[in-house]
Design a protein around this ligand. Structure first.
Ligand code: WTA
Length: 641
C-alpha cells in the first residue's frame, strides 16, 4: 500500500500547506476518506478557542483499532506489526504479526469485558515496555474504554493522584519491569498506590520478572490465567465498540506550570487521523520498513509513534524494553543492525549521552539500513545534531527535528524527511493544517526582525485534528492553561525564533516547566514534593543547562530540621522524599541550603534571579531593588553549587 496523502516534493508540501489553510474541511475531509468508518461525518470541523470547543468529524462513527488492525488483516496479516526487543539481549525477541496482534487484542478485550470494564470506564495501565502494554492499550480502545498509561518511573503517590483524578476503576500492571540493570517492582508500587483508594475494582497483573507479589483476593488477577480462560473458549474475536468521533480515546497526565499534573484528553477520530498523517509524512514511511521509536509508551511519543501512528499506517513498529546504555552503550546500534531498522526516532538526551561514550560502541555495527533519523522532546543542540548526522546517519539520512507536545497529540513543526529542507537545531516548517504565530507578552503578533530573526511566544491560530480537547474532569483548567493567555490562540508554553524562510526554532519553555532528559516536570510539583519533607520550611526550584539532560533541576531549600549537621545526608533525605512523592525522574541534581529566598514585597519569589544564579550568570542579576531583603541574593550567590 502506498499512502495517497504522502507528500513527495517541497513544491507539493507548499501547495498542500496552502490548501490546508484555505480549506481545512476539504483538506482533512479528503484525507479521512482513506480510513475505515462505520459512519461518515456530518461536518469536518467546528471550533472556537473561547470555551474552548473543538470538534472534528462530528457525527462520524469508528473504532481506532479497526483502523490499526482489522483493515490490515487481509493485506498484511502475516507482516510484523510489533517486533519486541527485550531488555536483555540474551533473551529471545518476539514478533507479533498483524493477525497475532489482532487476536491478542481481541482476547484481552474479552478479559477486560469479563471483568466488568465498559465503554467510557478509565483503565490505568502501569507496565514496562513489553508487547502486553500495547495489547492492553489497544484492547481498552477496542471496547471503548479510556486508557490512561502511567510511565513506570512514577511513584505510588503520583499514581494514587492520577487514579483519583481519573476515577479509574481498573488497573493493568506487571509484577515488575526490567530497565537496564534495574528490576522495578511495579505491582508493589501499585499496592502502595491503592492504600486508601476507593475506586479501583480490579487489578490485572501480567508476569514479567517473577518478582514475588501479593495478590489480593477478589481484586487482583493474573493476566495469563484470564487469557487462558478466553483462549480455551476460542474467543479470538470481539466486535469493536462503535465510538463517536469525539469520544475520548485516552487520558495522559502531564506537568504544567502550576499544581498537580493535568489529564490531557484526546479523542478518537482527530487523533487517529493526525498521528497517521504525520507518521507517514514526517518519516516518509514506506511499506515494509521498520520503524524504531525509542520512547516509552508511558509518554505521548510512545502513544503516537510506537502504537497509533505506525499501526494505523500498517507499519512495523519496533518496541524496545531496555535503555540505550545497558549492557553497553552500543545497544541501539545492535538493535538497528539486528533488525535492519530503517527509521530511528529518539531524544537529544539519548544522543548526547551516547556521544559521551565516543565512537567505540558504533564500531562494527552495520547501520546501513537506516534511511531516516528523528529527534523529539527538547531542543537539539548543533553538536548533537552533527554527531547524529555523521556517525549514525553517515550523512546519508535526513534528520527530522519534530516539535510537538502531549497536548498536540502529534507533530506540529518538523521537516519532512528528504522532502523539505533541514536546518540543524531548527524544527523548520509547520505541518499542513498547523498555523504557528509568534506573539509578545500582550498577544500581539511579532513582526519585527533582528538580523532576519523574529522571536516570541509560540502560539497556534487554529485547531489541527489532534489538539487537546479538555483536561479530564476540569474543562476550565484546559481553558485557563492553553486558551486564556492570548485571546483566540492556543498557547504552547514555548518560546521560538523564526527566520526569513519561515523556519521555526524552538528555544524552550517560557513557563515554569522543566524539560529534564526530555521528561516534562513542573517546578511547582518538585517544590511541593520537597516541601513535604518534615525539615523543609520553603523551597524554590529552577532549571539550569545540563550537558546531557538538557536541563538539570536546581533546588534552593530553607531547612531547619534534623540531620542538619550532615548536609549530604539531608540532601539524600530530600531526594528520598521527592522519589516517594513524584518518582526518581524528578530528583533535583543540586540542592543548595539557603537562609532565605529572594521575594518581592508582595511575597512572590523572584525566580529570574534564582535561575541566573543556577545558570552561573552571577554578574547580571538585574534589578534587585524591589526585593524585600536584597541581602539574601548575595548569600545565595556566594553559596552557589
Ligand atoms: C519540548 C513531547 C524543541 C517543548 C513530544 C514542548 C521540543 C515539550 C521538541 C513537550 C523539539 C518537544 N525541539 N523542544 N523538537 N519537542 N519539545 O509534552 O518544550 O513531553 O513544549 O511532549 O517538549 O513535552 P511533552
Amino acid at each position: 500500500m502506498s499512502y495517497p496523502y504522502q507528500i513527495k516534493s517541497f513544491h507539493e508540501y507548499k501547495t498542500e500547506y496552502e490548501k490546508s489553510i484555505e480549506d481545512p474541511a476539504g483538506f482533512w475531509g479528503s484525507i479521512a476518506e482513506h480510513f475505515t468508518w462505520r459512519r461518515k461525518w456530518d461536518e469536518v470541523v467546528n471550533w472556537n478557542f473561547k470555551e474552548p470547543k473543538v470538534e472534528w468529524f462530528k457525527g462520524a462513527k469508528l473504532n481506532i483499532t479497526e483502523n490499526c488492525l482489522d483493515r490490515y488483516l487481509e493485506s498484511r496479516g502475516n507482516q510484523p506489526a510489533i517486533i519486541w526487543e527485550p531488555n536483555d539481549p540474551e533473551e529471545h525477541h518476539r514478533t507479533l504479526t498483524y493477525r497475532k496482534l489482532h487476536e491478542k487484542v481481541c482476547q484481552f478485550a474479552h478479559v477486560l469485558k469479563n471483568n466488568g470494564v465498559k465503554k467510557g470506564d478509565r483503565v490505568c495501565i502501569y507496565m514496562g515496555m513489553i508487547p502486553e502494554l500495547a495489547i492492553a492499550v489497544l484492547a481498552t480502545a477496542r471496547i471503548g474504554a479510556i486508557h490512561s498509561v502511567i510511565f513506570g518511573g512514577f511513584s505510588a503517590q503520583s499514581i494514587a493522584d492520577r487514579l483519583e483524578d481519573a476515577q479509574a476503576e481498573y488497573i493493568v500492571t506487571c509484577d515488575g519491569a526490567y530497565r537496564g540493570a534495574k528490576d522495578i517492582p511495579l505491582k508493589s508500587v501499585i499496592d502502595d498506590a491503592l492504600i486508601g483508594n476507593k475506586t479501583v475494582k480490579k487489578v490485572i497483573v501480567c508476569t514479567r520478572t517473577r518478582t514475588p507479589v501479593s495478590m489480593l483476593k477478589g481484586r487482583d488477577l493474573w493476566w495469563e490465567e484470564e487469557m487462558k480462560q478466553v483462549e480455551e473458549k476460542g474467543l479470538n474475536y470481539i466486535e469493536a465498540e462503535e465510538m463517536d468521533a469525539e469520544d475520548p480515546l485516552f487520558i495522559l497526565y502531564t506537568s504544567g506550570s502550576t499544581g498537580k499534573p493535568k489529564g490531557v484528553v484526546h479523542s478518537c477520530a482527530g487523533y487517529m487521523l493526525f498521528t497517521n498523517y504525520t507518521f507517514v509524512n514526517v518519516f516518509q514511511y514506506q511499506t515494509g520498513q521498520i520503524h524504531f521509536c525509542t520512547a516509552d509508551i508511558g509518554w505521548i511519543t510512545g502513544h503516537s509513534y510506537i502504537v497509533y501512528g505506525p499501526l494505523s499506517a500498517g507499519a512495523t513498529s519496533l518496541m524496545f524494553e531496555g535503555v540505550p546504555t545497558w549492557p553497553d552503550a552500543g545497544r541501539f546500534w545492535d538493535i538497528v543492525d539486528k533488525y535492519k531498522v530503517n527509521i530511528l526516532y529518539t531524544a537529544p538526551t539519548a544522543i548526547r549521552s551516547l556521544m559521551g561514550f565516543g565512537l567505540g560502541p558504533l564500531q562494527n555495527k552495520d547501520l546501513s539500513s537506516l534511511k531516516v533519523l528523528g529527534t523529539v522532546g527538547e531542543p537539539i543542540n548543533e553538536e548533537a545534531w552533527h554527531w547524529y548526522d555523521e556517525h549514525v546517519g553517515k550523512k546519508k539520512c535526513p534528520i527530522v527535528d519534530t516539535w510537538w507536545q502531549t497536548e498536540t497529540g502529534g507533530i506540529l513543526i518538523s521537516n519532512l524527511a528528504g522532502i523539505t529542507p533541514a536546518k540543524p537545531s531548527w524544527a523548520t516548517l509547520p505541518l499542513p493544517g498547523v498555523q504557528p504565530i509568534l506573539v509578545d507578552e500582550k498577544g500581539n503578533e511579532i513582526t519585527e526582525a533582528v538580523d532576519g530573526i523574529t522571536s516570541g511566544n509560540l502560539c497556534i491560530k487554529a485547531p489541527w485534528p489532534s489538539i487537546i480537547r479538555t483536561t479530564y474532569g476540569d474543562h476550565e483548567r484546559c481553558r485557563v492553561n492553553y486558551f486564556a493567555t492570548y485571546e483566540n490562540l492556543y498557547f504552547t508554553g514555548d518560546g521560538a525564533l523564526k527566520d526569513t524562510e519561515g523556519f521555526y526554532r524552538i528555544t524552550g519553555r517560557v513557563d515554569d516547566v522543566l524539560n529534564v532528559s526530555g521528561h516534562r516536570i513542573g517546578t511547582a510539583e518538585v517544590e511541593n514534593a520537597i516541601n513535604m519533607h518534615a525539615g523543609v520550611v520553603e523551597s524554590a526550584v529552577v532549571g539550569y543547562p545540563h550537558d546531557i539532560k538538557g536541563q538539570g533541576i536546581y533546588a534552593y531549600v530553607i531547612y531547619n530540621g534534623t540531620h542538619m549537621d550532615d548536609q549530604s545526608l539531608t540532601r539524600k533525605d530530600i531526594l528520598q522524599t521527592v522519589t516517594r512523592v513524584i518518582g526518581p525522574i524528578a530528583k533535583p541534581d543540586k540542592i543548595q541550603f539557603v537562609g532565605g529566598l529572594p521575594k518581592t514585597r508582595s511575597g512572590k519569589i523572584m525566580r529570574r534571579i534564582l535561575r541566573k544564579i543556577a545558570e552561573g550568570e552571577v554578574q547580571s542579576l538585574g534589578d534587585t531593588s524591589t526585593l524585600l531583603d536584597p541581602g539574601v541574593v548575595d548569600e545565595i550567590r556566594d553559596g552557589r553549587l
